[in-house]
Design a protein around this ligand. Structure first.
Ligand SMILES: C[S@@+](CC[C@H](N)C(=O)[O-])C[C@H]1O[C@@H](n2cnc3c(N)ncnc32)[C@H](O)[C@@H]1O
Length: 285
C-alpha cells in the first residue's frame, strides 16, 4: 500500500533534484552550450541584480591588476571570453582603460546577455566590440590580444581545457591571462568542468605561461593570473578594426567590414552586425 505513494513521490523528488542540479547548479552545461546560453537568455535581465557586483571590488581585484599588467602597452587589445552583461569591459572602462586607445572584444553565446552588455556599454562606443559566438572556437588569429580574460564561466563549457588552450593561442607573447576556476561547496556537482586547484595549476602550467599566480577570489572561485612567454610585439596597428582581428569561423579566412556585416574574403559568407553585436554563432565548420 505504502508503495502507491512512496514511489511516485520519491520519483518526483528525484526528478526535481536532477532538474535543479542540471538547470540551476550546472546551468545546462551537461546539455550542451546552447542549453547554457538558453538559461542565460532567461536570466539576463536579472543577472546584474542577482550578482550585485560592487564597483570598488571590481576595480580593486580585476581592473587594476589587469591595467597594471598592461602598463606600457600601446593601444592594448583585450578579449573577454563569456563576457556576459559586460562586467569586465565595464570595470576596465570605468578605470579609464580607454584613455590609451585600448579596445575590448566581449564574446558570449547568450544573445540576452549580450543585449544587456550592449545597453550598458553604449556610452563607450567603438571601445568595445561584442561578438555572439561559442567560446569553444575563438574566431581570432594567433596572438591577437594583449590580455585574454574569462570570469566565472569555464565551468559551464563542455571542454574547459580546450577553451583554455584557445585563450592561450589568441594571447600575444608577453600578454596577460586572467581566468577563474570554480571551487567551493558546489564545485563537486560540476564533474569534468570544475577541477581542484592542483589540477587547475597543472592545466595552466601545461601552456607556455609564466608567473602563474592562483588565489581564492570571491566565495566560489580561484582566480589565476599569468603571462604568456615571449617578448611583447611593438608593431601595433594605429587604429585596429574588429574585422582585422577576426577570422571566418567556417574557413578561417580574413574578414572585411561592411556597413552592417562582416564578410569573409575567402568563402564570401556574411556575418551580420545586429544591435551592435557581430553574429557568428550557428555557422558550423
Ligand atoms: C556566470 S556568467 C559570467 C559572465 C561574466 N564573465 C561575469 O563574470 O559576469 C557565464 C557566462 O558564460 C557564457 N557562456 C557559457 N558557455 C559559453 C560558451 N560555450 N561560449 C560563450 N559563452 C558561454 C554565458 O552565456 C554567460 O554569459
Amino acid at each position: 500500500m505504502i508503495w502507491e505513494w512512496v514511489l511516485p513521490v520519491g520519483g518526483a523528488l528525484a526528478l526535481a533534484g536532477v532538474l535543479y542540479w542540471q538547470l540551476v547548479i550546472a546551468e545546462g552545461t551537461y546539455l550542451g552550450p546552447r542549453a547554457v546560453a538558453w538559461t542565460y537568455d532567461l536570466v539576463a535581465s536579472r543577472y546584474d541584480a542577482i550578482k550585485q557586483f560592487r564597483p570598488q571590488d571590481e576595480s580593486w581585484f580585476v581592473a587594476r591588476p589587469l591595467l597594471q599588467s598592461l602598463a606600457g602597452v600601446e593601444r592594448p587589445l583585450v578579449l573577454d571570453v563569456a563576457t556576459g552583461t559586460g562586467r569586465l569591459p565595464l570595470a576596465l572602462l570605468r578605470d579609464h582603460f580607454g584613455a590609451n586607445g585600448g579596445r575590448i572584444v566581449g564574446l558570449d553565446l547568450s544573445r540576452g546577455m549580450l543585449r544587456r552588455a550592449r545597453a550598458k556599454l553604449r556610452p563607450y562606443g567603438e571601445q568595445v566590440w561584442l561578438v555572439w559566438q561559442d567560446a569553444g572556437r575563438l574566431p581570432f588569429g594567433d596572438g591577437a590580444f594583449d590580455a585574454v580574460t574569462c570570469l566565472e564561466s569555464l565551468e559551464f563549457m563542455p571542454q574547459p581545457l580546450q577553451v583554455l588552450a584557445e585563450m592561450v593561442r589568441v594571447l600575444a607573447p608577453g600578454g596577460t591571462l586572467l581566468v577563474t576556476n570554480r571551487v567551493g561547496r558546489e564545485a563537486w556537482l560540476l564533474p569534468g568542468r570544475a577541477v581542484a586547484r592542483p589540477a587547475f595549476e597543472e592545466a595552466l602550467a601545461a601552456h607556455p605561461l609564466r608567473q602563474i599566480e592562483v588565489r581564492r577570489w570571491q566565495e566560489n572561485y580561484d582566480l589565476a593570473m599569468a603571462r604568456k612567454e615571449g617578448v611583447p610585439r611593438r608593431d601595433r596597428v594605429q587604429d585596429p578594426d574588429l574585422a582585422g582581428l577576426m577570422r571566418c569561423p567556417v574557413c578561417q579566412g580574413e574578414l572585411v567590414r561592411g556597413a552592417a556585416a562582416l564578410s569573409c574574403a575567402a568563402c564570401a559568407r556574411g556575418f551580420p552586425i545586429r544591435e551592435g553585436v557581430v553574429q557568428l554563432a550557428g555557422h558550423e565548420r
